[in-house]
Design a protein around this ligand. Structure first.
Ligand SMILES: Cc1cc2nc3c(=O)[nH]c(=O)nc-3n(C[C@H](O)[C@H](O)[C@H](O)COP(=O)(O)OP(=O)(O)OC[C@H]3O[C@@H](n4cnc5c(N)ncnc54)[C@H](O)[C@@H]3O)c2cc1C
Length: 473
């Protein structure tokens, strides 16, 4: 192309035509995320296929003063991986850096390129009778690098933790193009500052992750899933405590689902049938899993008996086969699609202490409904992590612009309630661009100074994911 900038001409020369996408049609799929959000045009999209190529790209960007946007599977929900609207940023897609480098079933670790899709990693681990236990709705498209950059959690955090607990080593291309090799496969390592943790959750603002050593667990030989009808959020929490004590570490998931989400799931997937013959205001989707000679059936039955005796469980379905279990999980997956089909709505990923969930849901519902009586609240989440998606569908009578402003105002109202519980405005998706104002307004001057200092140390020229988390300089 004749209108190439000097940087693009060099990139084509050093990598290949195939690795540098300049045609708007070729770029299209890199410009919007899972939610359909889109900001603008990049300078180009570059797709390095090795750590060495990635380092060369980053180095050249530094030399030419070009801003970089690392991009994984674009399933992040805070516009962090989307290029700015002014055509100034080079999108660096990790999709061709997608090799499983090594699996060590004795050390229970695997080493992967950062562009590996989470589902692929899980399948590769399964071939060695292991599991990489991160599980989330976007696992068919999100990449390990994106999971690391956002410190992703998911459905099994209550047993296995978030990415912070699942990563043993990292390889990172720093903003100046140097490669930091921290690819250690050590389960214990107390040598000074744990540098890798700085990259976990920093949303690509400190460098581009190119490889990782991941912690594996033995693949569960058996699991049991149950969907339970419950009358109130208070009863859900009492049931959670019962399950936590009765099933201990074998409890892998404990999801709160309101009736409305069951309906949304059935709308999105018409083959789904109402799971019980009566409807309940709240449902719990729970799972226990184990290897070895443990009788999960007895364990779960005892728990359910106790839950019914205590009048916490009103009705329930216990999956007796793998396919029935998958059907129950289908409600959890399809309800997300059901929400998406309803158009623009407020998505949140907040957290409060587990014990505060009932009071928070009550208070937040009252305050939001008082501010907007015609909106619809859909609150669900990972109870064992205190993490709620307190989402809001706007009144359908509003036009698009009014909806947007209305939801923005409701978010501020909701976050004020959250502050009263010392909660977090982001337990999962991160800050990116969309939560920046809310994040900054809650930082103390000392926290801001420290966060800025770390950013400047790694990226003095401010070229790496500029304007995400902290304002661009
Ligand atoms: C249906 C659905 C369900 C979800 N469920 C959960 C859930 O249960 N728990 C949860 O925590 N999150 C969840 N998420 C959001 C979650 O953050 C992402 O799914 C995932 O972790 C992002 O990975 P990605 O590869 O798509 O990253 P992207 O969206 O491409 O990028 C996200 C951020 O990471 C940066 N980044 C990407 N790759 C790299 C890299 N190699 N090095 C440095 N920076 C990089 C980007 O610049 C951006 O700032 C969900 C999202 C969807 C759409």
């Amino acid at each position: 192309m004749s209108d190439d900038t000097p940087l693009l001409a060099i990139l084509v020369q050093r990598l290949s035509e195939r690795a540098v996408l300049r045609d708007p049609e070729d770029q299209a799929r890199y410009l919007s995320d899972w939610a359909g959000d889109r900001l603008g045009m990049p300078l180009a999209v570059v797709r390095p296929a090795s750590t060495a190529e990635l380092a060369e790209v980053v180095n050249l960007c530094g030399e030419h003063g070009v801003a970089m946007t690392p991009q994984g599977g674009h399933s992040g929900l805070v516009a962090g991986a989307l290029p700015a609207s002014d055509g100034s940023e080079l999108v660096i897609s990790l999709e061709r850096l997608n090799r499983v480098r090594d699996i060590d079933p004795v050390n229970f670790t695997m080493t992967v390129d950062a562009g590996c899709i989470l589902e692929t990693v899980k399948q590769a681990a399964a071939e060695h009778d292991c599991d990489f236990p991160l599980a989330l709705g976007a696992q068919g498209s999100c990449q390990i690098g994106g999971n690391i950059a956002t410190n992703a959690g998911g459905l099994n955090v209550l047993r296995h933790g978030m990415m912070r607990q699942l990563v043993l080593g990292l390889e990172v291309v720093l903003p100046d193009g140097r490669v930091w090799n921290g690819l250690h496969a050590l389960h214990k390592d107390n040598r000074g500052v744990d540098l890798k943790q700085l990259f976990l959750g920093s949303e690509g603002t400190l460098g581009i992750v190119s490889g990782a050593v991941l912690k594996l667990v033995p693949k569960a030989e058996q699991s049991r899933t149950a969907l339970l009808g419950v009358s109130s959020v208070e009863a859900v929490i009492d049931l959670y405590v019962l399950a936590r004590r009765g099933c201990s570490d074998l409890l892998t998931a404990f999801e709160l689902i309101p009736r409305r989400c069951i309906e949304l799931a059935m709308e999105a997937t018409p083959s789904l049938r109402d799971p019980m013959d009566d409807a309940h205001p709240w449902y719990v989707l729970m799972e226990v899993a184990a290897t070895g000679p443990v009788d999960l059936g007895v364990m779960l039955e005892q728990l359910l008996e106790q839950g019914m005796e205590d009048e916490l469980i009103l009705n329930g379905v216990l999956a007796s086969s793998e396919s029935q279990s998958q059907q129950l999980w289908q409600f959890r997956e399809s309800m997300l699609e059901g929400q998406r089909l309803r158009g623009e709505h407020l998505r949140t990923d907040i957290s409060v202490p587990i014990s505060a969930i009932p009071a928070f849901v009550t208070q937040a519902t009252e305050v939001v409904m008082a501010a907007s009586p015609d909106c619809e609240i859909i609150a669900y989440g990972h109870v064992g992590d205190g993490n709620l998606h307190f989402n809001i569908l706007p009144p359908s009578t509003l036009d698009d612009e009014a909806k947007h402003d209305h939801l923005h105002a409701l978010e501020a109202t909701l976050f004020e309630v959250l502050d009263g519980f010392d909660g977090s405005i982001s337990a999962e998706h991160g800050i990116g661009r969309t939560k920046q104002a809310a994040y900054l307004s809650r930082l103390s001057p000392m926290e801001l100074e420290l966060a800025r200092g770390i950013k400047t140390l790694f990226d003095p020229d401010g070229l790496m994911n500029a304007g995400r988390i902290l304002p661009a300089r």
